[in-house]
Design a protein around this ligand. Structure first.
Ligand SMILES: [Zn+2]
Ligand SMILES: [Zn+2]
Length: 206
């Protein structure tokens, strides 16, 4: 499996590219900005981008989606619980003094516990509400793409639109902490961690 993670956009959202080495089918997780960089990296590796997977619809995770879709034809995927945030991209950006293009329609809704096939890889969708109602994590082999639900020794904000502290704690404890302790967590911002390390050291949930 090929995996690349790099920060994009003004809020340095971690964007990841996951790809099946045999078929070259790929998915981009959280194309939050710098669409040219994302598309060029996919081209360099000869990847056929099938899905744009969004952990949630805060603007810093979806700002590059339109441009990446226009250049790759990939399907825009989001949990239905965040449709209203997605539709209000311009309002979100306005609060940060930024402008945005109108987002393209969502192609596929992400459903809890479903698996998505990317070439010969399978990624499992985990609906983890709390940071936003439609927050979703993606589990792929020994990796977890956690969006803004779980950070290294921290958790996502719950004081924004539709956030819930009780829900994010339940999502982390009941879903993410059920994964293997050795799972590498790739959060939406900042450094990687592991499930084991967060169980021991995260002050919000340990
Ligand atoms: Zn967020
Ligand atoms: Zn974020």
């Amino acid at each position: 499996m090929l995996v690349a993670t790099f920060p994009v956009g003004t809020l340095q959202c971690n964007c990841s590219i996951i790809a099946c080495p045999e078929t070259k089918e790929a998915a981009v997780i959280d194309p939050g900005g710098d669409p040219d960089e994302i598309v060029n990296l996919c081209k360099e590796h000869g990847l056929n981008v099938k899905y744009l997977l969004h952990t949630h619809a805060h603007f810093d995770h979806i700002l590059g989606s339109r441009a990446v879709k226009e250049k790759t034809g990939a399907k825009i995927c989001l949990h239905k619980g965040d449709q209203w945030l997605y539709d209000n991209l311009a309002m979100q950006c306005g609060l940060f003094g930024m402008k945005s293009d109108t987002p393209l329609p969502v192609d596929n809704y992400l459903n809890d516990e479903e698996e998505l096939q990317i070439g010969k890889l399978k990624t499992k969708i985990l609906h983890t509400p709390g940071h936003t109602p439609g927050s979703t994590c993606f589990s792929l082999n020994e990796h977890l793409f956690a969006g803004d639900t779980l950070f290294k020794q921290s958790i996502g904000r719950t004081d924004l639109w539709g956030g819930s502290f009780d829900e994010i704690i339940a999502s982390i404890k009941n879903k993410l902490f059920k994964l293997d302790d050795s799972t590498e967590v790739i959060p939406g911002h900042g450094e990687n961690t592991t499930i084991w390390s967060e169980k021991k050291k995260n002050p919000f949930v340990s």
